[in-house]
Design a protein around this ligand. Structure first.
Ligand SMILES: NC(=O)c1ccc[n+]([C@@H]2O[C@H](COP(=O)([O-])OP(=O)(O)OC[C@H]3O[C@@H](n4cnc5c(N)ncnc54)[C@H](O)[C@@H]3O)[C@@H](O)[C@H]2O)c1
Length: 437
């Protein structure tokens, strides 16, 4: 049955992507987009740029590129803005991050050097390892108002028709939801009183939503994942999503674990360790910040293996995650996994993974896709939590009471079916009986 589809406003005019944090991920994103625009590189890793989508029957041979199927903003129409606690422009920050070759950076030095970060909303307690002075001052409500002014100024100075905001700043310390996060009234009172339980990421998220700007959270801190802000996003009709880009080790987990489970192989334990030497690794070396990351990384296997449904296979498996700050490796993280599984008659086997990855090379295309899909979602009238973008996250935000879907392949199917639904195309269930009638 063909559906009607959804009215999606065209991607006219410029799209401003506001990056919170101008570190390794953000500068790799900006430099990459500039390099791709100049034909220096290909957008490898980006579903919006390289992905296709099958439409209709397998015999129809219709598989357009996603960007030709739904009206996604063109890379040529993107303008970047950023906030950071350091004054370095994007060229200097990219050089410091050491992810990309100097040769490549020199070829895109002009747009990078002209991207200067706006003063940040920062609270030392939330990221103790970093000390920068490009920061705003005032009560938390005044800080939110200053961000709202930044957003409006950026939009008019850069002649943007739309904006999106992506949190790519340091992971904040672990915080549990409390009373001040429950309702908008309590939250706004908390902003006036500078309540210590309101983290900087929440102030950015509040400012974005109040400005009608979609907000995507690339880190594991709560940010927009509190009832006060999810409800505000609903009322203001703004799309939001999070949390924590699914890039290296967790990506491998959500590829492998569904496969093991689909074959009914049991699991005794999964030990994961990482060595990482960039600034993110330095921040995560603080136990309070690591705790936020740990929670996000740990949630994945429990949900995929469903020990409550398959106690004989997955009850009480041991899952340990470590991150060790090891400066010589820089952004080139090494993620090791030792996986203890068992098969027929309980015979034990082991799997080892050694993923010598590059953190920001994996994260940058996700940040791009999220920005472009969030802009699309807003033009399609979608609001509140965008669960169809779970594909990109370690700890996907969902509606209250709903467990998150972590299986990468189900996530991709959901994403593509959402796009089919948007355009009134038949959803693909993979039933396929029609080929045998
Ligand atoms: N593969 C990945 O790289 C990956 C995967 C998942 C999540 N993440 C998360 O993405 C975030 C960015 O990673 P990164 O490698 O670019 O880190 P980074 O340390 O290189 O960059 C973060 C930047 O944020 C800035 N910052 C900190 N607090 C800020 C604030 N309140 N306002 C504005 N700027 C602030 C810092 O000064 C720094 O420049 C981290 O939270 C990280 O955990 C990264």
């Amino acid at each position: 049955m063909i559906e009607k589809g959804v009215d999606v406003a065209p991607a006219e005019g410029k799209l401003g992507i506001l990056l919170v944090g101008l570190g390794a991920v953000s500068t790799t994103l900006v430099a990459g987009v500039e390099a791709i625009k100049r034909g220096i590189s290909q957008p490898v890793g980006s579903l919006t740029q390289m992905g296709t989508i099958r439409l209709g029957k397998r015999t129809d041979n219709r598989s357009p590129k996603i960007k030709d199927f739904v009206p996604i903003a063109s890379l040529d129409d993107i303008v970047f803005g950023a906030w950071d606690i350091f004054h370095d422009n994007a060229f200097e920050a990219a050089m410091n991050a050491g992810v990309l070759d100097k040769d490549l950076l020199n070829q895109v030095s002009e747009p990078l050097a002209s991207l200067k970060p706006m003063p940040a909303v920062f609270e030392q307690n939330y990221v103790k390892r970093l000390h920068g002075d490009n920061v705003k001052t005032g009560s938390k409500m005044q800080l939110a108002e200053q961000l709202i002014e930044d957003i409006a100024r950026f939009k008019s100075e850069n002649d943007c028709s739309r904006l999106v905001m992506v949190w790519a700043a340091s992971t904040e310390i672990y915080l549990e939801e409390s009373e001040v996060h429950e309702t908008l009234e309590a939250f706004e009172r908390g902003l006036y009183d500078s309540d210590p339980h309101i983290a900087p990421s929440m102030i950015y998220a509040y400012a974005a939503i109040m400005s009608g700007v979609p907000f995507a959270n690339g880190a594991p801190n709560l940010a927009v994942d509190i009832p006060a802000l999810t409800k505000l996003a609903e009322t203001k009709r703004v799309p939001i999503c999070g949390k924590d880009f699914k890039t290296g080790q967790t990506l491998m987990k959500t590829i492998l674990a569904p496969g093991l489970k689909s074959r009914m192989l049991g699991l005794d334990g999964w030990y994961s360790t990482n060595i990482l030497g960039n600034r993110d690794g330095e921040v995560l070396d603080d136990p309070e910040n690591f705790k936020t990351k740990e929670e996000s990384k740990l949630s994945v296997l429990e949900h995929i293996f469903q020990p409550e449904v398959y106690p004989e296979l997955y009850k009480d498996f041991s899952h340990v995650v470590r991150i060790n700050y090891y400066p010589p490796r820089g952004d080139n993280k090494e993620g090791w996994d030792a996986i203890d599984i068992f098969g027929w008659l309980g015979y034990k086997m082991q799997i080892k993974i050694d993923f010598m990855c590059r953190d920001s090379i994996l994260a940058a295309p996700l940040a791009l896709d999220l920005a472009l899909f969030m802009d699309l979602a807003q033009r399609a009238g979608m609001r509140g939590v965008q669960e169809w973008l779970s594909f990109y996250f370690k700890a996907p935000q969902t509606a209250p009471g709903l467990y998150p879907e972590h299986d990468l392949f189900i996530q991709l199917m959901k994403l593509k079916n959402t796009l089919r639904h948007m355009r009134g195309e038949e959803l693909i269930t993979h039933l396929g009986l029609e080929y045998y009638d």
